[in-house]
Design a protein. Structure first.
Length: 107
């Protein structure tokens, strides 16, 4: 039974990372994903950021903290820190995270 629980938790963790990666692909502050998709390539530009964003969500971060993290990622890409979409995506991440938690509690 413990093996089944571990497998379920591993599947859930992978699913969470994939969802965070999808959010990051939609965030796309440098605007590369449309070109990648048009050329038949999978957009993975921001996938390396997903584990840290997931960790922040798991730690119960606030929208302000997540927005600040997105701004930090943005500046690491050579862009201005104040991205118009950062707040919207921070709130979207948190909404998804809390809804996901509510669904898990209903199981």
């Amino acid at each position: 039974m413990a093996d089944q629980t571990q497998l379920r938790l591993a599947r859930e963790a992978r699913a969470q990372l994939r969802m965070v990666a999808r959010f990051l692909q939609a965030w796309d502050p440098i605007g590369v994903n449309a070109d990648l998709a048009a050329s038949g390539n999978s957009p993975t530009e921001y996938d390396t950021y997903a584990p840290r964003v997931l960790e922040l969500l798991q730690q119960g971060c606030t929208a302000d903290a997540l927005e600040a993290h997105l701004a930090e990622l943005r500046t690491g890409l050579g862009l201005e820190a104040a991205g118009a979409d950062d707040r919207k995506f921070a709130l979207g991440f948190l909404r998804w995270w809390h809804e996901r938690g509510s669904r898990l509690l209903e199981r």
